[in-house]
Design a binder for this molecule. Structure first.
Ligand SMILES: C[S@@+](CC[C@H](N)C(=O)[O-])C[C@H]1O[C@@H](n2cnc3c(N)ncnc32)[C@H](O)[C@@H]1O
Ligand SMILES: [Zn+2]
Length: 274
């Protein structure tokens, strides 16, 4: 376990109902098992809200993004990631499934999920319990700007569609450690945008490695998926467009039976620059 105290940076020990450091700072564990290690912030950052989390849960559980998970598991296996941090882990679908896939390949990995949103992290911890992963996972509410993990303690960081803080990532990675970062590419969900916007625009992905990292591999994962009406609202609600689209445009999605749209992800494998 590589969680550290957000007050004094001492190593935390996990107990049934709390995490405690040698300096006596103690942090209660919620019933589901997650812990809130978020310190008071100068500028309050907000993560995703419960509604967005619910939509993502429904959509991810249906398996539409399984191909991305498969690539992630392949790269995690090739790079022997046994001690993993998932930063901006959301409700833990990728994290928990990744651990299961690694187990099937004989790798018994441990993972700490970090997210700034307690409402969402609660589900990640509950999911880990359901999947019998409680002993191998820890879940902490914290910011990407101040990650409560010890220096040089992780083999790998998973950072999927979530904020990236290169200096913190470099600090927590062991020498030779790996960063796996997923980003949406130009035409991700293009047909959905064509439907809801009169003038759809392409995403502007940054394909280069974050500062201080080298890009070792870039995989493009591209396919088409057909989403029936029952999952279309969930797909829309988990995108950044949900908050930016006029109600009359969003209503166009309600009127169709299903939508076939492009999925286009970049998966960057990066290592710390020597
Ligand atoms: C688009 S979601 C991706 C979640 C998950 N990685 C996935 O792909 O399903 C982005 C996540 O980053 C979290 N987040 C946003 N700002 C953050 C910050 N400053 N520190 C930590 N997490 C943050 C949000 O709460 C949200 O769960
Ligand atoms: Zn302490």
């Amino acid at each position: 376990m590589n969680l550290i105290c957000p007050v004094c940076s001492g190593m935390l020990t996990a107990e049934e109902k709390r995490y405690v450091c040698p300096g006596g700072h103690s942090f209660d564990r919620a019933k589901s098992g997650y812990v809130n290690l978020l310190q008071r912030q100068k500028h309050r950052q907000r993560g995703d809200d419960a509604e967005m989390g619910k939509a993502r849960r429904e959509f991810l559980n249906a398996g539409y993004y399984q191909p991305l998970l498969d690539h992630l598991a392949e790269l995690a296996t090739e790079n022997h990631l046994e001690c993993i941090a998932d930063i901006g882990c959301g409700e833990g679908w990728y994290a928990c499934r990744l651990l299961e896939l690694l187990r099937q390949r004989g790798i018994h990995a441990a993972l700490t999920g970090i997210d700034i949103s307690p409402e969402i992290l609660r589900y990640a911890a509950a999911r880990a319990n359901q999947q019998n992963l409680r002993a191998d996972t820890h879940w902490a509410v914290a910011s990407v700007n101040h990650i409560p993990l010890a220096d040089a303690s992780c083999d790998g960081i998973v950072n999927l569609f979530a904020p990236c803080e290169p200096a913190e990532f470099r600090r927590i990675l062991k020498p030779g450690g790996t960063l796996l970062r997923a980003i949406p590419l130009e035409r991700h969900l293009w047909e959905m945008k064509e439907l809801i916007y009169d003038e759809p625009y392409e995403n502007r992905p940054v394909r280069s490695a974050p500062e201080g990292f080298e890009l070792t591999q870039l995989r493009t994962i591209e396919y088409r998926m057909t989403v029936p009406a029952e999952h279309l609202q969930a797909l829309f609600a988990m995108t950044p467009y949900a908050h930016k689209t006029a109600p009359e445009n969003a209503a166009r999605l309600v009127q169709i039976q299903s939508l076939t749209t492009t999925v286009s992800f970049g998966l960057l494998l990066c290592t710390v620059q020597k």
